[in-house]
Design a protein around this ligand. Structure first.
Ligand code: DI6
Ligand code: FE
Length: 402
């Protein structure tokens, strides 16, 4: 057992707010949190336990990056140049660039090389205090490669101290050789079955958009997911209003993601489900979008907001969750408290985790210790990583003491 004291603790334990305890203490028992509160209220039974001073530093739950596509090969720097020369993301996709370009590079990569690429990205997130990550497939679009991506995603948590939730995103793009319905029938849905049988799938995702899949097509994917007992989530209203939010709500999705083009009515419908709105400022920034997600409506209808990197080689080559937090505040107007809730409590909820993203008795001792005094610093700083130490399942990374 260990008592952490001389710290301010952002517990994130109650809905709304961040639950800041200025002179706080946390009792760690094995891999879990046994107690948290003001140090002056520390129960007598912990008085004799080893104490460790954090010298006034801030502790938050380890961060959760709840939307990434970080298993991929290849680069899309050329498309970045093309966009600077005036082409749009949709135009590039229609010309065989975009997702399809990454599909070719990923199909050509071995499992081992995909793992090495993914580990470099995971290490960057871990270095920012991230303790759990969601990883999607979707750059295979054939059975073999989709399964390879999911196996790599599964392997990550065996070789790094991080939790991984996988999402099957076979419905990400339509391969050039067939139409969308053919692809769903012949490849995507059978691959989902196979991936599920191998235990590789925690949730099912899709890209509902004019350049990808319609709501009717996504509905078929969601029905297959339901038949397997898998939760769903959806890339919805990213580039246009395509009806994805209402569909996500109807299927009680874990999350509806992007949502730039969601209307107030969409948000009202989403509020009737248990879904989280995942905001992805990295994609908004990269694609130089101007329509912001309806943050005021999320607040009004009490839809919890999460924030993630959307790490992918096309629309969001963003390898920093801290920068995503800053962008969520500066570009979308989230308060620093909302961005912190969005990368802890609400991000965990979006992944169906109930034992992390909060500091409370019974939760996992996955913590981030910051060389900061106030949590607002996390969102305010740009490109600065103030992580002092990260604890995963009650153990500090690489050393016993921070
Ligand atoms: N929406 C996105 O922003 C990414 N996928 C998706 O469904 C883009 C992925 C890419 O461009 O490679
Ligand atoms: Fe995405």
């Amino acid at each position: 057992m260990l008592v952490l004291y001389n710290t301010s603790v952002a517990t994130l334990a109650a809905a709304g707010g961040i639950g800041l305890i200025p002179e706080g203490a946390i009792v760690i028992d094995g891999s879990a949190i046994a107690w948290v509160g003001a140090y002056r209220d520390l129960p007598e039974i912990y008085a004799g336990v080893e104490h460790q001073s954090l010298d006034g530093r801030l502790v938050t739950p380890a961060l959760v990056d709840c939307h990434t596509h970080l298993v991929f090969a290849g680069s899309r720097a050329r498309e970045f140049e093309m966009r600077l020369e005036g082409s749009s993301y949709e135009e590039i996709a229609e010309r065989g660039g975009g997702i399809i370009a990454t599909v070719s590079a990923t199909r050509a990569a071995s499992e081992e090389s995909l793992l090495q690429l993914a580990l470099m990205r995971i290490d960057a997130l871990i270095a920012e205090g991230v303790g759990a990550v969601e990883i999607k497939s979707g750059y295979g679009l054939d059975s073999e490669t989709e399964l390879r991506i999911l196996r790599v995603a599964r392997k990550i948590s065996a070789v790094r101290p991080v939790r991984v939730r996988t999402s099957f995103l076979g419905a990400h793009a339509v391969p050039t050789s067939m139409n969308a319905d053919e692809y769903l029938d012949k490849v995507c849905l059978p691959t989902l079955q196979g991936a599920y049988r191998e235990g590789l799938v925690d949730a099912v995702d899709g890209f509902c958009e004019t350049i990808a899949f319609t709501t009717n097509q996504m509905e078929r994917v969601f029905c297959s997911a339901a038949a397997l007992g898998l939760p769903v989530k959806l890339h919805a209203e990213q580039l246009s209003n395509s009806g994805g939010t209402v569909l996500a709500a109807k299927h009680n999705a874990l999350s509806a993601d992007h949502l730039e083009y969601a209307t107030d009515e969409d948000v009202k419908t989403l509020a009737q489900s248990d879904s989280v709105a995942i905001l992805l400022p990295g994609a908004y920034y990269t694609l130089k979008q101007t329509q912001r997600p309806p943050v005021e409506a999320f607040r009004k209808h009490k839809v919890p907001m999460a924030v993630a990197t959307d790490w992918n080689p096309g629309s969001s080559p963003l390898g920093s969750l801290l920068l995503a937090m800053n962008m969520a505040s500066t570009l979308f107007g989230l308060t620093p408290e909302e961005t912190l809730a969005g990368t802890t409590r609400n991000a965990a909820k979006a992944l169906g985790y109930f034992d992390c993203g909060q500091i409370r008795p019974g939760a996992r001792a996955d913590l981030a210790v910051w060389d900061l005094e106030h949590p607002a610093e996390l969102s305010y700083r740009i490109g600065q990583n103030a992580l002092y130490a990260r604890m995963f399942e009650g153990k500090y990374d690489n050393h016993d003491e921070p």
